[in-house]
Every structure is written in C-alpha cells, then in structure tokens.
Ligand binder design. Sequence first.
Ligand SMILES: Nc1ncnc2c1ncn2[C@@H]1O[C@H](COP(=O)(O)OP(=O)(O)OP(=O)(O)O)[C@@H](O)[C@H]1O
Length: 253
Amino acid sequence: MTYSLEVEDVNVRFRDHVIIDGLTLRVENDEFVSIVGTSGCGKTTLLRTIGGLLPQAQVGRMTLHGTELRTPEPRATMVFQHFGLFPWKTVEQNIRYGLDVQGRSNGMDARVEQLLDVMSLTAARDKYPYQLSGGMKQRVGIARALCLEPELLLLDEPLSAVDAITREIMQREVLGIIERETRTALLVTHDLDEAIIMSDRIIVLGGPPARVVLDVRSPMPRPRDIDSVRSHPDYIPLRSQLWDSLQSGRVAA
Ligand SMILES: Nc1ncnc2c1ncn2[C@@H]1O[C@H](COP(=O)(O)OP(=O)(O)OP(=O)(O)O)[C@@H](O)[C@H]1O
C-alpha cells in the first residue's frame, strides 16, 4: 500500500478541552478523501493540524510521501472557506501570490494561464476581489492553491459560502480539476452529497474528541461526474450509511 499522507496519534487540546485524542489517518496516493462530521467534532482542527497551522498539536508521526510534515509547507496547501484573497491584488496577482512568496514565479506563466483558463477566470484576470462573485472568488482561491502544484490539497469547506447553484457548478469544476490533475486531497465538508460526489473514500468523525466512526470506500469508480454518481444504485444506501454514522457519532459524543 502506497500512502501519501500518514498521520499517527494526533492529540489536540485547547486549554482543558480535548478536541482530538490519539487519532490516526492514512491517505493513499492520489486519493480524494472527505471528512464529514457534526459541527464542532474537530474536522477543521484535524485539517489545520495536517496543514501545520496548529503549533499546539501533538502528533506522533506526520509524513507526506515519507518526509516529515510539521510546519505550513507548499507541499500541503490549504484552501479556506472564506477564500483568503488579498483585496488589493487582482485575480492574477492573487493566483501568483504563493509563487511570488516562494520566488518561483519565473517560468510559471504557462501554469498561471492554464489555471486562469481552467477556472474560467481569464476575462477577470485584472479584476479585484470586490468585483467578483462568491463562486469566482472561490475559484481564485483554488487556483492559487493549485498553482503551487501541491502534493496534498487541504480543502476546508471550500464550497460552503456559495449559493446552491454556484455550489453545484463548483463541484463539477473541482471534480474535473481533480480528475485532470490527480491530486491527493482531503476535503472537510458538512454536505453528505458533496462528500459522495467528490470522494474515493469518506471518513465520518464523531466527537469531540474526534474519532473515526466510519471509514468507507466509494463504490463509484473514477472518472466520476455528478450525474452518474447520483444515479448510481449505491448512492442512496451509501448516503443512509453516512447519515446513520453521523447520528451514532453525535449520540455517543
Ligand atoms: N483556537 C481555538 N481555541 C479554542 N477552541 C477551539 C479553537 N478552535 C476550535 N476550537 C474548538 O474545538 C472544537 C472543534 O472545532 P472545529 O472547528 O475543529 O470543529 P468542526 O468539526 O470543524 O466544526 P464545524 O463543522 O462547525 O466547522 C469546537 O468545540 C471549537 O469550539
């Protein structure tokens, strides 16, 4: 088994409040894994720990392709729920930001153009965030993360702040991107349908403290598209299984 990400024995507490207590997680190469769970069970805390954003987290072992992961690194890039765009930078400048910080901008013009094109942002390249819709801002956030060509994409409810129609459009786009770019990805979401549509594997967390209630592999093969997933005979049974696990995680918490 080739694991891309290995996280063993994660422990996080905020003061006396234990949020994660000895959780272990492994993600295979190019696997798209969703983490679902009721509000407050520790999903974002787990993602932030993996992204190196929680210095107080204690982790027995955390590696990406065998190399230790401790602090925020371009190898593991996060896309946040609230975009995190710089209001004074244009779309293109926001996408290039990570490259600029790392001094990697030279020679990356083709990559930036490709992402502008893939994200349907070419016509908006000189616009500022205040001139963009929620869905466009989110595409800029995802393009900025992809521009760094991360080995691991950490997605913290990246589609939660957009309306239902934009959300479905974005789901289709992100699915397409993941299929084309084959990235290992961890997605935190509240949305069971989104988890089923996007994922190779779904982990249901209960808690806090966060613990794995269910770890299930999708019966729907890649390449996936929303319509074929929704009409798949295993869609409803899988959704019921996830829902039951969510309830059991909540009751036992
Ligand atoms: N910086 C912090 N300081 C203190 N407590 C925190 C901090 N961050 C998170 N918590 C607490 O840790 C618990 C888990 O929070 P977390 O954001 O990880 O949950 P979540 O499962 O992502 O929730 P949601 O689905 O509502 O976003 C919550 O009780 C929250 O109040």
